[in-house]
Design a protein around this ligand. Structure first.
Ligand SMILES: NC(=O)c1ccc[n+]([C@@H]2O[C@H](COP(=O)([O-])OP(=O)(O)OC[C@H]3O[C@@H](n4cnc5c(N)ncnc54)[C@H](OP(=O)(O)O)[C@@H]3O)[C@@H](O)[C@H]2O)c1
Length: 285
């Protein structure tokens, strides 16, 4: 019963592999040297050799701003490659999870996005991830697509690590308070991936984030509190004063109702997750 995790060096890939191994499962992880998503035509044969029973795609082109200059490569990695992986999974009776994002929405909603809400990505990254969802669904109606948001954890670089580094250097910082979302801990997300593959609810798209929501500013304040650093070092600003090449959705909250209604375990609130995650996240920053 081999689990294959694509994107083994990413934030989520590392966490998932660690968790699966801690549960005594047989896991093979691959990086871009072993399975390169820019060569989708090679993916099928390479996966066949690994003989997975469960397959999780944690690999992606995640440099949101750089993607604006590299739409072709972004589409290849986030769009076409997931389709090739999904095809392999269907034809070989392999249970498959693909990870997607809140960036498939435009962020103009005022209420939590449901799975069936109209997508309208505003960035090259978001468009490429939506293409990935469409390719996966078209090629594999048995696949699970888990849409998540604001991912952080022990591994890789992420928002709490960047903020904590600056705070520890006594730097004051401006953080946007007009982008709202649900910080999601890789450990909870990895647990959710394992649960969905083991319980096998109806296939399709599921939103999976930690519960409750906040602004990046509020998250940064919480990080300062954990570090016992004066939270007045963190000041609120708005997205207009912080222009970046790729637009960010201003409202990224995803409804987790479908997940719960399918009998899957709801993820804890982001505040509870952060309390548990902080030590491991901050020790490496
Ligand atoms: N981070 C977030 O806030 C967030 C939010 C919503 C959804 N997501 C989604 O969640 C998933 C996991 O994200 P993450 O934060 O764990 O990403 P990450 O840390 O950036 O990891 C992505 C992985 O993809 C690999 N990769 C990149 N190009 C590749 C290629 N050509 N061939 C094979 N592998 C390649 C990278 O390999 P290298 O290490 O060699 O570069 C890296 O290990 C992704 O699908 C992402 O879109 C993330």
């Amino acid at each position: 019963m081999t689990w294959v995790v694509l994107g083994k060096n990413g934030q989520l890939g590392q966490e998932l592999i660690y968790l699966l191994r801690s549960q005594g499962k047989k896991v093979v992880g691959t990086d871009r040297e072993e399975i390169d998503f820019t060569k989708p035509e090679e993916i099928y044969d390479k996966l066949e050799k690994l003989e997975p029973k469960f397959l999780v795609n944690c690999g992606a082109y995640t440099q949101v701003d750089k993607a604006e200059e590299e739409p072709e490569i972004s589409n290849l990695i986030n769009g076409i490659a997931p389709g090739a992986i999904a095809k392999f999974a269907l034809e070989n009776y392999v249970s498959f999870v693909h990870i997607s994002t809140d960036y498939v929405f435009d962020g103009n909603s005022k209420i939590a996005y449901k799975e069936e809400d109209q997508t309208n990505p505003q960035s090259v990254y978001g468009k490429s991830k939506l293409l990935g969802e469409q390719e996966v669904i078209e090629r594999n109606p048995t696949a699970y697509i888990l849409r998540t948001a604001w991912v952080y954890g022990e591994h890789g670089n992420n928002f709490p690590k960047v903020i904590s580094k600056k705070l520890r250097n006594n730097e004051s910082l401006n953080v946007v308070n007009d982008q709202i979302g649900s910080p999601t801990w890789t450990f909870d997300l990895a647990s959710a991936i394992i649960e969905v593959l083991e319980k096998q609810p109806n296939p399709g798209i599921y939103n999976v984030t930690n519960n409750e929501h906040c602004s990046w500013f509020e998250f940064a304040q919480e990080i300062a509190k954990t570090l016992e650093i004066d939270s007045t070092l963190v000041s609120p600003t708005d997205s207009k004063s912080f222009i970046r090449p790729a637009p960010r959705p201003s409202y990224s909250v995803l409804s987790n109702k479908k997940w719960k209604d399918a009998g899957l375990t709801p993820l804890q609130s982001w505040q509870d997750a952060w309390k548990k995650a902080a030590q491991t996240v901050l020790i490496n920053s």
